[in-house]
Write a protein of this length. Structure first.
Length: 539
């Protein structure tokens, strides 16, 4: 059957390398992956392997954002991982490469390769170039914030259209330290991606070299019999967390790193993120918290320079193994910094003394909640709850001017089971910031945030409302206090009254009676455990 599609005896005598491509003609994030696959395959062939390409799905977070379609995003992580795993088992590939772009494709490929445990490489398609308007760099987040500004009357629809038309000029994943770039960098730390590969732009001609090198690298891993679980150690995960927090990266990395660790047999808890964040300074001035876009990292010296700075500051385990057969410290020793760059600092003179993630607990979130605070200085907010049972209702309230300074928006029933799919709230958070309420309003949800979110926003509240978590008992006017320094989120309601409210609480009917969402609801676990699907609890 292989001969029927053009493979020869000579091809089939060589190691077979499966190329899992997440290309789709529905988004810019991985639009360059078809072309990149050809260069990867050329690298495999040059190293005496036979590549065989297959496709899987991809959901665009940016396109689905704020709609019912966003429920599909986190669900797709599980479907992509399962489909890559199935092809790996079904075709018995000797080694594999995953070509990834948008947010969920990156952790999904890593999860699948951890399960299969054959020599593997995850190759990122690269970040998008920034748009430009009146001399200012634009990313997709500028569009979402412009929607809020338009709703507040600070810009008109013509200006919103100008921003929309120029924000995304071509192929590549969202151009700040949002989820895709955060996870692409994290996978370099985990040893699954070539060091320095993630910061090269999607449309940069050097992507051809990066692709060929990845093809050669997977053959080298096969020759040395290095498999993912050899690299996915506790030290590697701690290094990845340090990179995430040290660059002001996405809160989604918490979900994804826990999920990958689970597949690799490494126990990783929420508290590890808080511990490492406290001891890791922010050394990259990247959007959404900072001023620079993703390609500025490449111009400054690349991801490898960020890693070098972390190694020099003794903030990571420099002796951790890499895919290249060297230690992390050895791999970045010769990295060159571009003269005069201001994007990447040193550990001795960081942009902020502590990392950008915090894990909060309290009577609202007994199992934890996640906050990214790299982009602001205030550490406490207290105000009355404005409770909404879905994202759309909250968005309507913001756009109609019904949210005022001091409010705490609570958006619930958007967790892994409740959504289902734990939607991101970039539409709402962008509208809040765009309306000028960012410094004065807080948002609490059992859903997620985009890596592009900025402001006083706390997500991943666990237990979620759909399973009877305390967030389900909150009511309009309840006073909520969020204290980052104390790592607390509490509502000023007596425990006895909260219990009384929950005793009368009735679980909402599922929104989907069948299909993939119903399967997901039956299998998905808590956000505190990575929101992974598992049949273990059904046994």
């Amino acid at each position: 059957m292989f001969k029927a599609i053009g493979f020869t005896d000579g091809d089939l005598a060589k190691p077979i390398v499966g190329i899992a491509n997440t290309w789709a003609e529905t988004m810019p994030c991985g639009y360059n992956l078809r072309e990149l696959a050809e260069h990867v395959k050329a690298g495999v062939r040059a190293a005496s392997g036979t590549p065989m390409e297959f496709n899987t799905i991809a959901i665009s977070d940016g396109i689905a954002m704020g709609t019912e379609g966003m429920k599909a995003s986190l669900v797709s992580r599980e479907v992509i991982a399962d489909s890559i795993e199935l092809c790996g088992h079904g075709y018995l590939f000797d080694a594999m490469i995953g070509l990834v772009g948008c947010d969920k494709t990156i952790p999904a490929a890593a999860m699948a390769f951890a399960r299969l445990n054959v020599p593997s490489v995850v190759l990122y398609g690269g970040p998008i170039a920034p748009g430009n308007l009146d001399g200012r760099d634009l990313t997709i987040v500028d569009v979402f914030e412009a929607i809020g500004a338009c709703g507040a009357g600070t810009i008109d629809e013509a200006q919103l259209k100008r921003i929309e038309d120029r924000a995304c000029p071509g192929a590549g994943a969202c151009g700040g330290q949002y989820t895709a770039n955060t996870m692409a960098m994290a996978l370099e730390m985990l040893g699954l991606s070539p060091l320095g590969s993630s910061s090269v732009g999607a449309t940069d001609m050097r992507r051809e070299q990066v692709g060929r090198a990845a093809g050669a690298l997977v053959m080298d891993l096969l020759e040395r019999n290095v498999v993912p679980r050899d690299l996915l150690t506790r030290e590697a995960f701690e290094n990845a967390i340090a990179l995430v927090t040290g660059t002001g990266g996405s809160t989604n990395a918490v979900l994804h790193l826990i999920a990958i660790a689970r597949e690799a047999g490494v126990v990783l808890k929420l508290d590890e993120f808080d511990r490492i964040s406290r001891q890791t300074p922010v050394i990259a001035d990247l959007r959404p918290a900072g001023q620079y876009v993703a390609l500025d990292v490449d111009r400054a010296g690349g991801t490898a320079l960020i890693i070098k700075r972390l190694v020099e500051g003794n903030l990571v385990h420099g002796g951790a193994a890499t895919a290249h057969g060297t230690t992390l410290e050895q791999a970045v020793a010769t990295v060159v910094e571009s003269p005069g760059q201001g994007v990447i600092a040193t550990a001795g003179r960081p942009f902020k003394p502590n990392g950008g993630l915090a894990v909060l607990r309290g009577n609202v979130a007994p199992d934890g909640a996640i906050m990214k605070f790299a982009g602001f200085t205030r550490t406490r907010h207290e105000g009355p709850a404005r409770v909404f049972d879905c994202e759309e209702d909250a968005m309507r309230a913001v756009m109609e001017g019904r949210i005022v300074a001091g409010d705490v928006l609570v958006i619930r029933y958007e967790g892994p089971k409740g959504g289902p799919g734990m939607r991101e709230m970039l539409g709402v958070t962008g509208a809040i910031v765009g309306a000028g309420l960012g410094p004065d309003v807080a948002l609490v949800t059992d859903g997620r945030f985009s890596g592009g979110t900025r402001g006083f926003m706390l997500g991943h509240v666990a237990p979620e409302a759909a399973v009877g978590g305390p967030i389900a008992a909150l009511r309009d006017g309840d006073v909520i206090t969020i204290d980052i320094a104390a790592r607390r989120i509490d509502v000023a309601v007596e425990d006895a009254l909260l219990r009384e409210r929950l005793q009368s609480w009735v679980a909402p009917l599922g929104r989907y009676a069948g299909g993939v969402f119903a399967k997901y609801v039956a299998l998905v676990g808590s956000a505190a455990d990575g929101a992974v699907t598992s049949a273990r609890h059904l046994r």
